[in-house]
Design a protein. Structure first.
Length: 313
């Protein structure tokens, strides 16, 4: 088994991500110390937004973040430039790829051409809230303009799941259009409720000696057997409705859409520097931060080697 496959296998199992993170901390202890110290310095000011440490989320309106209005307008401009090139798959197809119904409209070049997108992610309202929750100065891993299209089946991200990059992370989502139930809004359970659910499912699986993996897809009936439907939080509402949510702790799904609908969302993903498992990321030049040392460290790319010495591909 290759080192990369070993890391992937470990990450799926309970306790595996913690082991991978510990190995990274041992490999880069100075980053661990200095980033935690930087986060503590941010905590000396009163934050505009806070993420509940137990629930792992904060819903907000764009008006709470001064830079958000310009980002919403810019995302609409980019979408209008590219909407004619988006191919909508036939809704009669029974077997489709995830990429057919989930389109990323931003490129790394867009982040250079439109620095406002990164500026929003590094704004004090956003960065302070994320750093306080994670307890460390994070890395900006991805910035996305995501278009969801209807799918004939509920699978992949349309089922309850946890994101695998780390045991904690924050994704910021802002609805760029009005989102109702028909548009398939993001649905999630608070982190404390999600923990209760996943622990109960694990106990049930152990009782029948069924293999229990940390990251898989859960059907609605599996999850709702251990919580109330009223516990599920929907990120619906007018354009500008947003949420900061720990998608590694909060069971979630989205894009269960009615035919002939579209949902357009801005997304930013923040990870701890020592996150467990690498996934696709934007390459944002740290030089774009100018002479601000705090911003440049948020934009830094995590160095190789990968867990257990595997190289990034």
């Amino acid at each position: 088994m290759s080192r990369r496959r070993l890391a992937k296998s470990l990450n799926k199992r309970h306790g595996g991500p913690e082991l991978l993170v510990a190995g990274r901390v041992l490999a880069h202890p100075w980053e661990y110390y200095t980033r935690r110290r930087a986060a503590r310095r941010l905590m000396t000011t009163r934050p505009a937004l806070t993420i509940d440490p137990a629930a792992g989320f904060n819903k907000f309106e764009a008006s709470a973040v001064p830079e958000a209005a310009a980002v919403i307008d810019l995302c609409h401009t980019v979408y209008e430039q590219r909407r004619d090139r988006i191919v909508t798959p036939s809704e009669t197809r029974t077997k489709t790829r995830k990429a057919d119904h989930f389109v990323e409209l931003l490129t790394d070049e867009d982040l250079v051409q439109y620095p406002q997108l990164v500026d929003f992610c590094l704004s004090p309202s956003v960065l302070d809230a994320v750093s306080r929750y994670l307890g460390t100065l994070p890395v900006l891993h991805r910035v996305g303009l995501l278009l969801s299209l209807p799918s004939p089946t509920h699978e992949d991200s349309r089922l309850f799941h946890l994101d695998p990059e780390d045991t904690r992370q924050i994704k910021v989502f802002i609805n760029l259009v009005e989102v109702r139930d028909a548009h398939g809004p993001l649905n999630f359970l608070p982190g404390n409720v999600s923990s209760t659910v996943t622990q109960a499912i694990r106990r049930e699986e152990r009782a029948v000696r069924k293999p229990s993996l940390r990251y898989r897809r859960w059907m609605d009936h599996e999850v709702l057997a251990y919580c109330q439907e009223s516990d599920v939080i929907r990120v619906a509402g007018p354009a500008g409705t947003g949420v900061m949510v720990d998608t590694s702790r909060c069971l979630h799904f989205g894009s269960r859409m009615a035919p002939e609908t579209r949902r357009l969302v801005f997304m930013a993903q923040f990870l701890r520097y020592h996150f467990a498992f690498a996934t696709d990321a934007n390459r944002v030049e740290a030089a774009k931060a100018g002479r601000d040392p705090l911003r440049s460290r948020v934009l830094v790319e995590r160095p190789s080697p990968m867990p257990f010495g595997a190289s990034r591909t």
